[in-house]
Design a protein around this ligand. Sequence first.
Ligand SMILES: C[S@@+](CC[C@H](N)C(=O)[O-])C[C@H]1O[C@@H](n2cnc3c(N)ncnc32)[C@H](O)[C@@H]1O
Length: 309
Amino acid sequence: MAYWGCVALIRGGLMAQVVRAYGNPSRLEEYLPDRDEPVDRWFTASNSGNARVIARTIIDLAPAAPSVVIDPFCGAGSSATAARLLGIRFAGAEIDPVLACVSLAKTRCGPSHGADLPRPPDKHDEPQLRCLRLLRELQKEEGGGELSEDQLLADLARAPAPVPGSTVVCGDSTDPANWADLKLPEAEAVMFTSPPFYGDWHGPDVPPPLRAEASDIVSTATNRGRPDARNGPRRGYCDLVVGALQAMESVAVHGTAVVEHEPGDDGTGNRLAVLSERIRDETTADVVEILTTGDFSGTGTLSLVVCRF
Ligand SMILES: C[S@@+](CC[C@H](N)C(=O)[O-])C[C@H]1O[C@@H](n2cnc3c(N)ncnc32)[C@H](O)[C@@H]1O
């Protein structure tokens, strides 16, 4: 495996963990989204990652060829683009409807949706096309770019085709019901996720009509009502990660999980150690190792917690 660095044992609360340095990503430019990456450049959130780096990490850390990439906190979909680049099915969950639509578009839209884009909207339009239209509007907002419609269509033509069976649910990923419909394989799943590191996450600021349209798209697509991330309870980083792993277990999915972690304060002291302990105590997953990469924010080192679940 590439990038072997120092192997050390550190004490983290009650447990000892194997920690090693890992150089992916190695520089801030690698960590950030690439503004030239087709499809991924359509819209990014303030803490989106780099799709090609994620793809490399998945291949590097998965023990076998993954049958599906899962991201329970998929935001604006860097991991969805990574799965598309790899030609692997993607299953994502995102509680914010605007971001869920962005991820859905990155996961499911192909050239045929581009061809339909100029058509006047119709109430029977499929969710992918509605997501693409929403994206055109989001382009003018925070996280959007300056892409012309021609550039969007060119991305759809040159990006790898959407992988059949890929999908994104809008809802709480710690609720097993949100995974039960997805028909996930029992093994060889790879979860790659960047959960909210800090408690102040509130989704992109977009005008209310666009948020309402996003809510309508996801509720039509899933028939699950109209989620709005802004009304839900706020939970800490460790609760979310443990909850998502428990939800995966309850629908009998097994594989490797790679969970990003940056230091943050939720009153638990050394949160990385707390997370490892909670995973071991409250789930059937094993923390295999902790990989430390670079310092990409003011809060300290980005670590990747690798589990078998
Ligand atoms: C750090 S961001 C993910 C960024 C993402 N990797 C990207 O490419 O944009 C974490 C995401 O988790 C979402 N989230 C928070 N709580 C959630 C929950 N209970 N279920 C599903 N998603 C949740 C947030 O709305 C946010 O978009």
